[in-house]
Design a protein around this ligand. Structure first.
Ligand code: ZN
Length: 246
């Protein structure tokens, strides 16, 4: 199954099999999770309180039967069962039908090698940034502009370092924000682009594939040129203190 992947310099199927990835928020960007499993991930933890709805169909992995089903299935269970069937090898899925804040409060074990934050509120993003920082675990964060014409992927490092800016170093306004982006504009194109970058970022964290950025921004054609950069820690950052430390 993995013969072509093994030809890629630095690609390590065993590392992916041995890895645990926790995904929080199964919105549009979670389209990447299917491919993470097909690439050979061994252990997935999925956290999302929502049910499958008809409007998910143009950009998410649910079947016509699932989106039309009454009562609607929980996203974590529908996706989890499908991924177990599709996986090319043994796959463990832990599914938590809660918000990430609820799951942690209930004592769920979300520990992992890489966290992936795809939630739709600033409070949940900040919670993830703080919690994974405290666990010394790298966290990938993806988000989109309200008009779905550009998106970003950010890699928050698990350990302090010169280029280890945290999510609040990147977005200072996040601290204290209570904005929700529920049911925002979206179609499949941008999630597919950003999902590919998410997949690559996971590889860069669990195996020897190089990555010379911790922030990528991609515009689809509305005047925002693509960005690839290293976001440094920011003096006075309320989350990391500006040192990139916990
Ligand atoms: Zn910071």
């Amino acid at each position: 199954v993995h013969s072509r992947q093994r030809l890629i310099p630095g690609f390590d199927v065993t590392a992916l099999w041995s890895a645990t990835v926790t995904v929080m928020g199964l919105g549009a960007s979670s389209i990447a999770v299917r491919w993470l499993v097909r690439k050979g991930l061994g252990h997935l933890k999925a956290v999302d309180p929502d049910i499958v709805s008809l409007s998910n169909y143009p950009r998410q992995e649910f079947t016509p039967q699932e989106v039309a089903s009454i009562p609607s299935p929980r996203k974590v269970f529908a996706l989890g069962e499908r991924l177990v069937r599709e996986a090319p090898g043994p796959l463990v899925v832990e599914a938590y039908a809660h918000t990430v804040q609820e799951a942690v409060a209930l004592g769920a074990d979300l520990s992992c090698d890489v966290g992936v934050c795809l939630v739709d509120s600033d409070a949940a993003r900040l919670f993830c940034a703080r919690w994974f920082r405290a666990q010394h675990t790298p966290l990938l964060v993806a988000g989109f502009s309200p008009l779905a014409d550009r998106g970003y992927v950010f890699v928050q490092a698990g350990e302090a370092g010169a280029d280890a800016g945290c999510l609040c170093c990147l977005f200072p306004e996040l601290a204290g924000s209570d904005r929700f982006y529920r049911c925002a504009a979206q179609t499949a194109d941008l999630p597919l682009v950003m999902g590919g970058l998410l997949l690559y970022a996971v590889d860069s964290l669990v195996m020897g594939r190089p990555r010379d950025w911790n922030y990528r921004e991609v515009g689809l054609g509305s005047g925002v040129l693509d960005v690839a950069t290293q976001v440094p820690s920011r003096p006075g950052c309320p989350l990391c203190g500006g040192s990139g430390a916990t």
